[in-house]
Design a protein around this ligand. Structure first.
Ligand code: GLY
Length: 327
């Protein structure tokens, strides 16, 4: 077969993409002159990200590393019963059980995750245990709870009066038990950090879709879907309808677009376009990505308006920002 320039470029190994060579012909990134590095940086999803950023920033500020910072940050959200989509007090599944998903990834490329775990207040720390103390990447359900107990974690009832009342109300109002497609009911906390050393890490934790099928696992604990970190390039995390993110391998894709030379917002927009391509129902769902590159540049993009993220760096106090959206 005669090779055109396009097919030739398509055959180049991915590593050459760091030089900006491997690009989608329709979305060429700007020519790459490395920007100055800005560090440290923390960025996280939704309003609850502000409190998470504050905890992560404190770790970085006293010289801590990005991995410790992202874990410390999202633990705040996990413990806050007012955040109804993460940890304590979260919306349960349609059987009335709170099941949690979480993942963590550090600069070495190592990663850990747990899914459908019950009764563990800090699934993010359990995900870190999977990464650091087992030969595995992902442990789910009872096995994850057993590991937590073996590691000294307590099994506790994560429901609150409010989460129980809401569930009873939901059962009456939804006798068909159809899972809702709602643009705003999966407010995952995803947090990315770049530390003084120039290392990247990310954490992502959620109770998933409200009133989901028992056993349903979303994108958040799936490395490459809800979270991805490549210390040579950048990091990304996702929020929204997890099934749609999984179909597009969303966060891996964001990082790959950054590897090709796209700045973070552009990389998030291109990944959203891929989500749209793969999900014919895209107008009825929310998906949002945030990204942080090796240079400390940040960006975000989402399908529906309404998503916001919290950002803190040397020049920016811990404030909320609205990304552009497709609709
Ligand atoms: N993005 C979180 C979930 O769908 O479970």
């Amino acid at each position: 077969m005669k090779k055109t320039r396009r097919t030739f470029l398509g055959l180049l190994p991915l590593s050459l993409g760091t030089a900006g060579l491997l690009t989608r012909c329709t979305d060429e990134p700007a020519a790459a002159t490395p920007p100055p590095v800005k560090k440290p940086v923390v960025i996280s999803t939704w309003q609850h990200g502000q409190a998470a950023n504050a905890a992560a920033w404190e770790v970085l500020n006293r010289g801590g590393n990005a991995l410790d910072a992202v874990e410390a940050g999202v633990r705040v959200t996990e413990a806050d019963p007012k955040v109804r989509t993460v940890g304590r007090g979260a919306y349960p599944d349609r059987n009335g059980i709170i099941t949690l998903d979480a993942s963590i990834m550090g600069p070495s490329g190592d990663c850990g995750s747990v899914a459908a775990v019950e009764g563990i207040l800090h699934p993010i720390s359990l995900a870190r245990i999977v990464m650091e103390r087992t030969p595995h990447v992902m442990i789910v359900g009872q096995g994850a709870q057993d590991l937590a107990v073996a590691e000294g974690m307590e099994v506790t009832d994560l429901s609150t009066e409010k989460s129980k009342q809401d569930y009873e109300k939901w059962k009456v109002e939804n006798p068909g038990y159809l899972p809702p497609i709602n643009v705003e009911n999966h407010d995952t906390i995803g947090l990315l950090a770049l530390d003084e050393n120039g290392d990247l890490a990310g954490a992502c934790t959620t109770s998933g879709a409200a009133y989901k099928f028992h056993g349903r696992v979303g994108d958040s604990p799936i490395i490459g879907a809800g979270l991805y970190v490549d210390n040579a390039v950048g990091a990304a995390t996702a929020t929204g309808w997890g099934e749609a993110v999984i179909r597009a391998c969303g966060c891996f894709l964001v990082v790959e677009f950054m590897r090709q030379g796209h700045p973070p917002e552009d990389a998030c927009r291109l990944a959203c376009e891929r989500v749209i391509e793969k999900n014919p129902d895209w107008r009825d769902i929310q998906v949002g990505f945030i990204a942080l590159d090796k240079y400390g540049r940040t960006g975000a993009y989402c399908i529906q308006p309404g998503f916001d993220y919290a950002l803190q760096d040397q020049d920016t106090p811990n404030t909320m920002h609205k990304p552009p959206s497709r609709i």
